[in-house]
Design a protein around this ligand. Sequence first.
Ligand SMILES: [Zn+2]
Length: 196
Amino acid sequence: MPNSAALRTTNHTGRLILTPCDATAAPDSAALIAALTHCQCIGAPLSNSMIPEPRKFTIGAQFFTLVSFTGCAVNIATAGSSSFCHVYLPPLTATPILYSGRNTRPPRCPYCRCRVVDWRERFHSAVNSPLLTVQCPQCAMLAPLLQWEWKQHGGCGRRLIVIEEVFPHEATPSDELLAQLRAVSGEPWRYFYMQE
Ligand SMILES: [Zn+2]
């Protein structure tokens, strides 16, 4: 195997994260779990003594029709290792959190669309509180960090559906899955990738 295989054993492969487009939205987890179970995106709950409510699941029978995997070297383990593919609903957070990682690219200003290359330093205080407003260094407009354009390289949210382990852009949620999430939550959803 090439060096990338060795790299992926020592670094976090990545995760696919789905979240409402409105980063402040907080759809009910029980309703989401019921919908994901009904469409067989998720299967059995995975036991986790640290979390009383089952929020971690095996992939369901229709998972690979609802999430499209691409690439010629995709090797998705479904059991037998600590990094096998599973679906996880983290606890709802009180406010939106920015999820970024080593794959995250500079966000674009929602007004002038310039990229702020030094965003981690420049927006330091807002990175931990993405509701905070930051000023664009180019056009001087003010916007909360969660309104900046992160594309598929990061994003903000309170309610997440996390699919581990997914290399960035290796998997894409289908239109059907996004429609199911919209139907059950009343909110349009987006997705992005995060590598720790
Ligand atoms: Zn701007």
